[in-house]
Every structure is written in structure tokens, then in C-alpha cells.
Design a protein around this ligand. Structure first.
Ligand code: GLN
Length: 204
């Protein structure tokens, strides 16, 4: 496949994303500095810790360069912390944390509860055929608001600590951006990455 997908490799589980893309036959590039962005067709923003990634994005010079590439139409797939980096609004974030603020969603950091509240769920994802997608949520962000420009591709039903039971979006798409609040790279299921790659190929 004549396609190179970059994976932001400053922190978090970028290796697992690279493994999934390799399984799909996609060329990958670890992105650690602005020069690594040249020639990539898409960029994965992995899970990890968004506050740490924010600091490293700034110190590496990537914050501005990735923002520029995204504004020029680079495809991006943000997973968990990566979804936080793409979100227009971050609730319960650190006051100095920065991101790309491009997808018209509001996310609440750690909104499902602390580490101990990590959980798995089977999801029906719009655009993915076959059995449900097993999703692993680890201190995941909760999507609290979604603008009408954003397509909700999957939702999860969850009982929150305040005794409310809500159905919340967990896979969202807007233009060239895809985001999910869980870790699709941890289950051996390549279909969400395939969805991202198909999105890039459909415009190439
Ligand atoms: N809680 C993390 C953050 O705020 C995200 C967790 C994850 O990526 N698994 O960045």
C-alpha cells in the first residue's frame, strides 16, 4: 500500500499502533520532531498521558508543526489521550495543557473514573462490519458535547460514579479526523486502523 502513516512517538503506546499498521501492510514513521512529518499521509496520536504529551509537543516543536499540517488537511486518528489532543474543549484538563483543538467535541479527562474504573466493552461501530469491536478503556476521556458537524460512530452505555447512567459517544469523526476514547491498538483487532487507512485512501 503506497501510504505512510506517522505515529506520534513522544510518549504512550505508539509501538502498539505501529504493530497494527504493519499488520495492515501500511508503512509507518515514528514522529518525534517536525522533520518526521514530511511525506506522511496521516498521523496517529496515541494513548498515554495528554499533559505529558502536551509538554513534549511543545519542547519538540511539534505542537505548531502538527497544528499546521492538520490545518493543511493531514488526516489524524486520536486514541484516548490522542482524542484529548484533538478536542476543541478539554474539561478537567491542566490549565497549561495544549492540544490541537480541531474536533468539535468537549471531552472530560478521566471522566469514566480513576484507573481502577478501567473497563472493556463490545461496541457496534458505524462503518465496521462483523463482530462487535472490543474496546479497552483506561482512564479514558468522556465525550460530553458533540457539535452537529461531528459524526458519532459508536457509543457506550455506562454507570457513572454520581449514579447517573448515560450513553456517551466513544468513536467520533469529523472531516479528516477520527477519534476514539479507548485503545484500539491493544486487542489485536485491526478494523479501526483499517477504517482510518480507508479514509485516507478514499481521498488519495
Ligand atoms: N487520562 C489520560 C490523559 O488525560 C488518557 C489515558 C489514556 O490515554 N489511556 O491524557
Amino acid at each position: 500500500m503506497a501510504l505512510t502513516v506517522g505515529v506520534l512517538a513522544l510518549q504512550g503506546d505508539f509501538q502498539e499502533h505501529i504493530a497494527v499498521l504493519s499488520e495492515l501492510g501500511v508503512s509507518t514513521r515514528e514522529v518525534r520532531s517536525p522533520k518526521d512529518l514530511s511525506g506522511v499521509d496521516g498521523l496517529i496520536l496515541p494513548g498515554g498521558e495528554s499533559t505529558t504529551m502536551s509538554m513534549l509537543l511543545e519542547s519538540s516543536g511539534l505542537l505548531l508543526e502538527v497544528a499546521k499540517a492538520l490545518s493543511e488537511g493531514l488526516f489524524a486518528f486520536g486514541t484516548c489521550a490522542g482524542m484529548i489532543l484533538l478536542a476543541r474543549e478539554v474539561l478537567d484538563g491542566r490549565s497549561d495543557q495544549n492540544g490541537f483543538a480541531l474536533m468539535d467535541i468537549a471531552v472530560r479527562r478521566n471522566g469514566f473514573g480513576r484507573q481502577i474504573k478501567s473497563f472493556e466493552a463490545d461496541l457496534v461501530v458505524n462503518g465496521i462490519d462483523g463482530p462487535p469491536v472490543r474496546a479497552v478503556f483506561i482512564r479514558a476521556p468522556v465525550v460530553e458535547k458533540v457539535a452537529k458537524e461531528v459524526a458519532i460512530l459508536a457509543e457506550v452505555s455506562y454507570s457513572f460514579d454520581d449514579d447517573t447512567h448515560r450513553v456517551v459517544p466513544v468513536v467520533c469523526a469529523q472531516d479528516r479526523l477520527l477519534a476514539c476514547s479507548f485503545h484500539p491498538e491493544l486487542t489485536g483487532d485491526t478494523r479501526l486502523h483499517q477504517l482510518f487507512v480507508s479514509k485516507i485512501l478514499s481521498e488519495k
